[in-house]
Design a protein around this ligand. Structure first.
Ligand code: ATP
Ligand code: ZN
Length: 285
């Protein structure tokens, strides 16, 4: 029987979350001990632990059927692979940064300058689209020290909080791309493998939906129920159960994690009491 081969980062910023995602999808596998390949015990999946930069190539060649990498690595690789799912973790951006004392007034600054980066393809495309003619100096690590040692006038690198830039005397001036972890796949999977992937994607989406939503329970005086229901941007009509206390009901619904904080005050003002917001483990739509 066919197996779906999944490549994930062996050790680095994506490793733990990639493993966690697969575990949340119910996959059981031995992890650790420096193994490079492991088999799931309860799902037709094999997991390969690789350097993230190698994953696009392995996936393109069908050595791995799918992989989890940063969008930045996907775009830089220029391989014949496609994104099948955005995974909502490891969000970061690829940005241009310059020494902090420079009075930066716009992209024109980069004309005829030398920029150090590990992302020559993405940066080259960005400069081309913006009609900037700059020299791209390719270096593979510690890009942020390049301006300080006179190797470049600026850099293009991954930024999340910006603290690494600051401690190297740099400031972020332009975002080139936004990135997050994505699942990539080879363009042509055999039907049997595609079927396993579809099952996994269904599970991933259920896990993602669950993370984006909360289960909300609250008590409401019956005469305020209509008002409270109108405040809740619920997915379906809420469940309403009578409370032992005369004239009161308990209301259950699902609410977007991001929307909850917007409506909490309104709910209280409308008379809601005993509000509980609880995590959802899986949500099947
Ligand atoms: P490898 O040894 O596998 O080549 P690496 O050093 O290239 O690892 P990491 O630093 O582990 O890569 O980063 C992996 C991915 O995590 C990056 O490609 C990017 O998508 C994302 N990432 C990098 N830095 C951050 C950050 N500061 N915050 C969030 N995500 C990040
Ligand atoms: Zn890497």
């Amino acid at each position: 029987m066919s197996k779906l081969k999944i490549a994930i980062q062996k050790s680095g910023r994506l490793s733990e979350k990639s493993v966690a995602l697969l575990e949340e999808c119910g996959l059981k596998f031995p992890n650790g001990g420096g193994k490079l390949i492991t088999e799931c015990t309860n799902f037709p999946v094999e997991i390969l632990f690789l350097r993230d930069d190698d994953i696009p190539q392995y996936v393109e060649q069908n050595v791995a059927h799918i992989g989890i990498i940063g969008e930045n690595v996907f775009l830089e690789s220029q391989k014949e692979i496609r994104i099948v799912e955005k995974l909502n973790f490891s969000g970061c951006r690829l940005s241009l940064a310059v020494p902090k004392e420079i009075e930066y007034e716009g992209l024109d600054f980069f004309n005829n300058k030398k920029i150090a980066t590990s992302y020559p393809n993405i940066l080259g495309k960005y400069f081309k689209e913006n009609n900037i003619s700059a020299t791209v100096e390719i270096i593979s690590g510690s890009v942020e020290i390049a301006p300080g040692i006179g190797l470049a006038d600026g850099i293009c690198d991954i930024v999340s909080s910006g603290s690494t830039l600051l401690s190297n005397g740099l400031k972020e001036v332009e975002t080139v791309i936004e990135s997050q972890a994505v699942m990539v796949s080879s363009p042509n999977l055999e039907a049997e493998v595609q079927e396993i992937l579809n099952k996994l994607l269904f599970r991933i989406r259920s896990v993602q939906n669950a993370k984006e939503n909360k289960y909300i329970l609250l008590n409401s005086p019956n005469n305020q129920l209509e008002k409270i229901i109108a405040i809740l941007p619920g997915m379906n009509s809420p469940t309403i159960l009578p409370l032992a206390k005369e004239g009161w009901s308990s209301l259950h619904s699902v609410i977007g994690e991001d929307k909850f904080w917007d409506v909490i005050d309104e709910l209280k003002q409308a008379g809601a009491e005993g509000i509980l917001v609880v995590p959802i483990e899986k949500m099947i739509l």
